[in-house]
Design a protein around this ligand. Structure first.
Ligand code: FAD
Length: 447
């Protein structure tokens, strides 16, 4: 049975599409027309990076940058409203922080999700998006979203005029890793799933080799030191030193939605330069408080004549070898122009994510979507992929536009306002008319 076409289908339900779902829901509560939408999520329940939900670790953006506040501080879906409804607002205020723990933020996102169950479907993995031809095979007015329903173990589809893809990234494994299944090679995305299962003796003197110099590497090292008081942790990375995140106020201005406009206007070479200049605001950097905590651990050990945390700069990963009893990791020592071999019980890869996994979903639409000379989709300022004349349906991207829209795109920083812009574009049938946002706001105010 072919179901009624929907106005919009969101593929993936992480924070990005959840922010869009709240914007649509708020509109639907005020304006009684038919903005039918559905959000499909592969997981069977809501999850936000569960492998890294390390107790005590904090959100890296202020809670004001939640799913709704910057878009509409009066939204029922704000973090503050969540706290109020959980009867923790007073106590949270006493914490005197803008940065809740990630565990609490995960609970907030789950709470929002529960309120949107009528427009979400879990356990549904989208496999492809295909064209629905009309007018004698001349025009694609709608898209067919094909997915596997994990619960019913069958393939299903739905039809929509607009598709918003926010499927996140996929763990990046360096080319030398060829055994992904072994539970001694752990990407940080599955840290809490694999490590406690394999390493069950808390007081054993394991040796963990952590590779990376970003926030996840710092968090993984700290977690291992706390969880295994007798373990050794070698933190290995290419840079000359560990660096703190630059989240000072002027740099943070770049993470506002208004900064996306200025970034979008830059020429490509200047975009590359700006992203390079801003690298220390997001990549290969660790929160200063966490760096201080790691340093304190190291100092306390020194005082007790121990060396549990070893910081190993200048090491480029070359090879990982597994035997029954050990994991051997070979590095090139960049600054000493030599090689270094380490033997340990597990290697933890804090090597980040690749963000191009979404494109395979669009294979069947390829000739109807515009690309640049490098084969990348051309994306308008309103996050819509530019299209050929044959294509009347619209595809929007969230989280894949860093090179065109600036460094905030792959973070939580602009979620609520980006969702508002996409909703505006959908309501205006994909056109980006200047000041159209005013139309959406007027609609909401008049309702
Ligand atoms: C450990 C960690 C902590 C972070 N903390 C911060 C932070 O504090 N501040 C910040 O600004 N950024 C942070 N980030 C950056 C991160 O990009 C954002 O936190 C956020 O998760 C991005 O949301 P998203 O919805 O775009 O993607 P994701 O959260 O990755 O969600 C994508 C969803 O799509 C689903 N999916 C994938 N494929 C399919 C498919 N084919 N069909 C259906 N569903 C699919 C996935 O299961 C997933 O639920 C962090 C990243 C990590 C890894």
């Amino acid at each position: 049975m072919i179901e009624k076409p929907l106005k919009a289908v969101g593929v993936g339900l992480g924070p990005s599409n959840l922010a869009l779902a709240t914007a649509i829901e708020e509109r639907n509560l005020k304006i009684k027309d038919n903005f039918d939408c559905l959000f499909l999520e592969s997981n069977r329940n809501f999850q936000w990076h569960p492998g890294m939900l390390i107790p005590g670790m904090q959100l890296q953006v202020p809670f004001f940058r939640d799913l709704a506040t910057v878009r509409n501080p009066q939204s029922p879906f704000t973090f503050l409203n969540y706290l109020k409804s959980k009867n923790r607002l007073d106590q949270f205020i006493n914490l005197r922080t803008f940065y809740p723990s990630r565990v609490e933020y995960h609970d907030y996102l789950t709470w929002v999700c529960e309120r949107l169950s009528h427009i979400t479907k879990f356990g549904c993995k989208v496999k492809s998006i295909s064209p629905v031809w009309e007018e004698n095979h001349r025009i694609i007015k709608k898209l067919k979203i094909n997915y596997v329903d994990k619960k019913h173990k069958n393939t299903k589809s739905c039809i929509a005029e607009n598709v918003i893809i926010s499927v996140g990234g996929e763990p990046y494994f360096p080319p030398c890793v060829n055994d992904f299944e072994d539970d001694r090679i752990v990407h940080t995305s599955s840290l809490l799933k694999k490590i406690p299962n394999r390493f069950v003796q808390s007081f054993e003197n394991y040796h963990f080799i952590v590779i990376g110099s970003g926030q996840s590497a710092g968090e993984a090292a700290y977690y291992l030191l706390k969880q295994y008081p007798n373990a050794r942790v070698s933190l290995c990375f290419r840079n000359y030193s560990l660096h703190a995140i630059d989240n000072s106020p002027f740099v943070n201005l770049v993470y506002h939605q208004s900064a996306v406009d200025s970034f979008y206007k830059l020429s490509n070479p200047l975009k590359i330069k700006a992203l390079h200049d801003l690298r220390t605001s997001n990549y290969s950097v660790v929160d200063l408080n966490l760096l201080n905590d790691l340093f304190k651990e190291q100092y306390l050990d020194l005082f007790q004549g121990k060396e549990r945390l070893k910081i190993c700069p200048g090491l480029n990963l070359e090879n990982i070898m597994l035997t029954n009893s050990i994991v051997q990791v070979d590095f090139k020592d960049i600054y000493n122009e030599s090689t270094e071999t380490m033997k340990g019980d597990a290697v933890i890869l804090a090597t980040g994510y690749v963000q191009d996994n979404y494109s395979k979903l669009l294979d069947e639409l390829n000739e109807h979507l515009k690309k640049n000379d490098d084969g990348e989709y051309l994306v308008s300022k309103n996050y819509q992929i530019q299209k050929e004349k044959s294509m009347h349906a619209n595809v929007y991207l969230q989280g894949y536009c860093e090179s065109t829209h600036g460094p905030s795109d792959s973070t939580l920083a602009i979620m609520s306002t980006r969702a508002e812009l996409i909703l505006e574009a959908i309501l205006n049938d994909g056109c980006s008319i200047k000041n159209n946002l005013k139309i959406v706001r007027k609609e909401l105010n008049e309702a």
